[in-house]
Design a protein around this ligand. Structure first.
Ligand SMILES: Cc1cc2nc3c(=O)[nH]c(=O)nc-3n(C[C@H](O)[C@H](O)[C@H](O)COP(=O)(O)OP(=O)(O)OC[C@H]3O[C@@H](n4cnc5c(N)ncnc54)[C@H](O)[C@@H]3O)c2cc1C
Length: 220
């Protein structure tokens, strides 16, 4: 059942600039669905580790996959407390002072413990991850082998406890105009360039639909 809010608890309530908190689950989904990179953190023997991973959303959870040989994956699969952060940079906010300069962004913080997915649904959900990263790619290539599936750990993290923070708009500084100092916003967005074939065979083939679609609408 979809929760009405991202999942605000004491731990996921903003302290600073609460006005930037977004309590709309659909907006959280929109941020997650337009992103493929997250940073995943956990603490081992008092030492925090944070690593970047690809992810895809599946309803009210996110899916993260990785090598079953990776220490990080093995630790997360044990269900240790984790924090996942997703960040989109939308602009550089250039104020009349460096103190007031900022960024326009949309970000999501998710707390919880991951669960490993091992059953018959693993292959289908791994395909969901692949299609989340490059929509349509799964149907253009062969199915994964049993060996490839065994070499991959698939984790899910419920979107039960999360927060969303969004900054938009112009700089907010107290200097006012008349200082002779420029201020404004530099919009920032992701651009994908012309795909480069890996070898002569690929150079002779038509660029597949999934790749063409990504170039038109890239996400990172
Ligand atoms: C691209 C980007 C760049 C930033 N750069 C800076 C910077 O240089 N300096 C700076 O002071 N701040 C920066 N921020 C804001 C920063 O991420 C924190 O929001 C802020 O410092 C935390 O303040 P707090 O004391 O309210 O957080 P806390 O009290 O520590 O947070 C409480 C809870 O609020 C939620 N929360 C906090 N921050 C975020 C967030 N960004 N997105 C979603 N949920 C959140 C989490 O659930 C967290 O557990 C940046 C944010 C983004 C997205």
């Amino acid at each position: 059942m979809a929760l009405p809010k991202p999942g605000q608890t004491d731990r996921t309530t903003l302290n600073r600039l609460k006005k930037r908190s977004v309590e709309d689950r659909d907006e959280m989904y929109a941020i997650l669905d337009s992103t493929i990179l997250c940073h995943v953190g956990y603490v081992e023997n008092g030492q925090p580790f944070v690593l970047p991973y690809a992810f895809a959303r599946d309803g009210d959870r996110i899916l993260i996959h990785g090598s079953s040989g990776a220490r990080f994956m093995r630790e997360l699969a044990k269900g240790v407390p984790t924090c996942v952060t997703v960040t989109k940079l939308d602009g550089m906010v250039v104020a009349r002072t460096t103190f007031d300069s900022s960024m326009n962004y949309r970000s999501v913080v998710i707390l919880g413990s991951a669960e490993e997915i091992t059953g018959p649904e693993k292959n289908e959900l791994l395909e969901k991850v692949s299609n989340g990263l490059l929509p349509g790619r799964v149907s253009e290539v062969r199915t994964s082998t049993a060996k490839e599936l065994a070499a991959t750990t698939l984790l899910s993290l419920a979107l039960d406890e999360a927060s969303v923070k969004v900054r938009t708009g112009m700089p907010e500084d107290d200097e006012g105009s008349g200082t002779g100092v420029w201020s404004g916003v530099i919009p920032v967005h992701l651009v994908a360039e012309e795909p480069i074939p890996s070898d002569e065979e690929s150079a002779g083939l038509e660029v597949p639909a999934s790749v063409r679609a990504y170039v038109k609408n890239p996400k990172a």
